[in-house]
Design a protein. Structure first.
Length: 77
């Protein structure tokens, strides 16, 4: 799925390891630039503005780890 994000080639990076690969770029199509993160395997993406990025920088790894192992109501507690 190709899309024109308005990003210049120098604004795009592919970052990966044995678990995942993401394409990170700067999206200039909105009112202000945003960071676009795309999951290479699934093609899903998210746009993050500076406020969200700043709150990520202030967060704790424990806060983000819930996204790796989301709560499953069927799992025994």
């Amino acid at each position: 799925m190709a899309s024109d994000t308005g990003a210049k080639p120098a604004d795009t990076w592919l970052i990966g390891n044995e678990f995942a690969a993401v394409r990170v770029s700067v999206d200039h199509q909105g009112h202000d630039p945003r960071l676009k993160i795309e999951d290479v395997e699934h093609g899903t993406s998210i746009l993050l503005d500076p406020l969200i990025l700043a709150s990520l920088a202030r967060g704790w790894l424990d806060d983000l780890s819930a996204h790796l192992f989301p709560f499953n109501p069927e799992d025994p507690q």
